[in-house]
Ligand binder design. Structure first.
Ligand code: SAH
Length: 247
């Protein structure tokens, strides 16, 4: 199936064995991808399902369901303090390629940016495109930006396997923590928080520890705010998918 183009289709567009294509999708398939009547493509609902589909006028016929196994074995949530400029675009794009499930944009004490609502739409579009490109079966969820203090002060954050990346201090490496965290089941989740350019404040680190976040290192060098989430996810994905450890 490697050569076939993939496009995301909302579940509501599926009607029996047909897909009702929107005008934008018709334009994209016909004009941008240059598919003709009868050509095949892959329709993905972004929620784990793929179908082989065939273009028929303004519709597409569903030919068969496809099996895709490109997801990480467990759900990874990244809480990323918003970096300056358009840096978050790269975070969304790269961590989607690496398999993130949920991204929470974080407003921390040293966050400089207050994002506009258009940004959220833009990040969701980037996540969709990156998921199509990297053959993900799920499109990551990009949540509304939220303040870090509200996360650590809410009961909801008291779950297992929460890590906060801290560039300075003598903390265990994220890879060792994931390796040692015990048995991985279908319900296991991992949450990783990454600070902004200026780093976390001491109070943020303390309140995160109180909310059961384990401070972790990503290595001995200080990574940029945009690099750190990509490195964190690479480490976790490598650990989870490594053939040396069977889950
Ligand atoms: N200006 C800060 C560094 C900020 S780097 C300082 O000088 O200390 C931005 C964020 O990336 C940090 O808050 C942290 O979450 C993460 N980060 C960068 N390098 C890291 C490392 N080596 N280990 C763990 N986290 C790191």
């Amino acid at each position: 199936m490697a050569q076939l183009q993939r496009i995301a289709i909302a579940s509501s567009q599926f009607q029996q064995q047909q897909i009702l294509l929107t005008q934008d999708q018709q334009h994209y398939l016909g004009r941008v991808l240059r598919l003709r009547e009868g050509d095949r493509f892959i329709a993905m609902d972004g929620q784990g399902k793929w179908w082989l589909a065939q273009l028929e006028g303004n519709l597409a016929r569903v030919l068969e369901a496809l099996l895709v196994q490109t997801e990480l074995p467990i759900s990874i949530t990244l809480m990323v303090a918003l970096p300056k400029g358009n840096g978050f675009d790269d975070v969304v794009r790269c961590t989607t390629e690496l398999g993130v499930a949920i991204i929470t944009p974080i407003i921390s004490e040293r966050t400089l940016l207050n994002p506009s609502p258009q940004k959220l739409e833009r990040w969701r579009r980037i996540a969709q495109e990156a998921a199509e490109q990297s053959e993900r079966s799920f499109i990551p969820t990009i949540l509304e930006p939220v303040s870090f203090s509200s996360i650590v002060n809410s009961q909801a954050s008291f779950v297992t396997n929460q890590y906060i990346c801290e560039a300075r201090g003598n903390y265990p490496h994220l890879q060792d923590c994931v390796y040692n965290q015990g048995e991985i089941t279908n319900d296991t989740q991992i949450t990783i928080a990454i600070g902004p350019e200026g780093g976390w404040t001491e109070i943020e680190i303390e309140s995160a520890i109180a909310a059961q976040f384990q401070p972790v290192s990503l290595g001995r060098r200080i990574l940029r705010a945009v690099t750190a989430p990509i490195v964190a996810l690479s480490i976790v994905a490598a650990q989870l998918e490594s053939t040396n450890k069977v889950y």
